[in-house]
Design a protein around this ligand. Structure first.
Ligand code: PMP
Length: 402
């Protein structure tokens, strides 16, 4: 497996001195993905699942090949278990408003963690208001790790859905899903994983995890933006209502009634993001051919270790999350700086050629719980370098006059 990735990314060649450390927001795109999308738009573009002509059949084959790539990537059993949407947020909304909305009732419990991205929190809040489900949280410890000791008590026989992140986009550590899956299965709850942050850096196996739904964020996997994908176990297909209705998802339509297609088409109303889906298929091919996930985990942890060790001596800096875990298995580092807004810190880092995220990273309640309104986040991927981590530390030393 290769290790020198930067050359594969035209944007990083264009901005040759940029340390791009905002990969938890979105990843850069390799030439291979750009070429596949370009070729599709130039030579293969046509509607899918509709045309009778050769070009439309070719487009359909390419679209469905991408679905097969996602199926194999997640180790789903059947290709019908992969649904394309327009993003991770839409996927989570589809699950909450399309499945849970119709299969839960007042008093049923939905359990999430205190680490969730808003995309895996707000859709459940809506169900709390609309149908009276009870939203409960697996807390974090004082140190900022998930409180696994609380799992068995927070999840109860009244729990019907457990929906948790696979890895936090603020506290850069992965979640031990097995501990949560075990309890979710014990009580017969539907188990949903938001793998937006974890799928780019760990080999996902939906059958080994034992989840009913799993959501990825393709643009964080080097695919284009505007496409989403999620896994939904066949056993939920019949009880799944579409979030959107209209063309493509119907078998037949009368003036007052329609019959829907089975999942996945039922959940893919309208013309899909065809070129972007093809780009997702290409991104998975690029990963399969070039990326060793064990190496990614080790490499990112090494970068986190450098950042953590470099920032720890700076008195004004507070690192969010469990320090030792971040050093050994981290994939990003978030920190706040006493007396400085994260936007000002990020602007300074930008002036030194380092791109980081500043704000609450779509996890406002988590920031409140940690006692900081916002933070700076440095998140890495395969094309980052040790030098990027060192530059970040140096720039922070410079900012704080050390
Ligand atoms: N969940 C997590 C953990 C994320 O990191 C993100 C994206 N930052 C999302 C959900 C939402 O993804 P998107 O914005 O692509 O819909």
């Amino acid at each position: 497996m290769k290790r020198q990735f930067r050359d594969d990314f035209p944007l990083l060649k264009e901005h040759s001195s940029l340390a791009y450390c905002d990969n938890a927001a979105t990843a850069q795109k390799p030439q291979y993905v750009i070429d596949c999308v370009d070729q599709f738009c130039r030579k293969e573009n046509a509607p899918v699942h509709r045309g009778i002509y050769t070009l439309a059949e070719t487009a359909t084959v390419l679209y469905e090949r991408a679905r097969e790539n996602v199926r194999a990537f997640l180790n789903a059993e059947d290709i019908s278990e992969i649904v394309f949407t327009h993003g991770a947020t839409e996927s989570l909304n589809t699950i909450a408003a399309g499945w849970a909305r119709y299969n839960l009732k007042a008093g049923d419990e939905v359990v999430v963690t205190e680490m969730e991205h808003h995309a895996n929190l707000v859709p459940w809040q809506r169900l709390e208001k609309e149908i009276g489900v009870v939203l409960k949280f697996i807390p974090i410890t004082e140190e900022g790790d998930l409180d696994y000791a609380a799992v068995d008590t927070v999840i109860t026989p009244r729990t019907k859905v457990v929906s948790v992140t696979g890895g936090s986009n603020v506290i850069g550590i992965d979640i031990h899903l097995d501990r949560i899956a075990k309890r979710a299965h014990e009580v017969g709850a539907v188990f949903i994983v938001d793998a937006a942050q974890s799928a780019p850096r760990s080999r996902i196996d939906v059958r080994a995890i034992g989840c009913d739904c799993l959501v990825i964020a393709p643009h964080k996997l080097m695919a284009p933006t505007g496409v989403g994908a999620f896994y939904v176990n066949k056993k939920l297909h019949e009880t799944f209502e579409p979030l959107m209705v209209g063309g493509s998802m119907v078998l037949s339509v009368d003036w007052h009634d329609s019959i829907w297609r089975p999942v996945p088409q039922r959940l893919e109303a309208g013309t899909p993001a065809i070129a972007q889906v093809v780009g997702l298929g290409a991104a998975i091919e690029y990963i399969n051919q070039n990326v060793d996930f064990d190496w990614v985990a080790e490499f990112e942890a090494e970068l986190c270790r450098r950042v953590v060790d470099g920032l720890l001596p700076l008195n004004q800096v507070r690192i969010l999350g469990p320090i030792e875990k971040l050093r050994s298995e981290g994939h990003l580092v978030s920190f706040s700086v006493e007396g400085m807004h994260s936007h000002d810190v990020a602007a300074f880092l930008d002036s030194r050629g380092i791109a980081v995220r500043a704000g609450h990273h779509c996890a406002q309640p988590l920031h409140n719980k940690l006692g900081v309104p916002n933070s700076v986040r440095a998140s890495f991927y395969i094309y980052n370098s040790i030098e990027d981590a060192e530059r970040l530390v140096k720039a922070m030393q410079e900012l704080l006059g050390v």
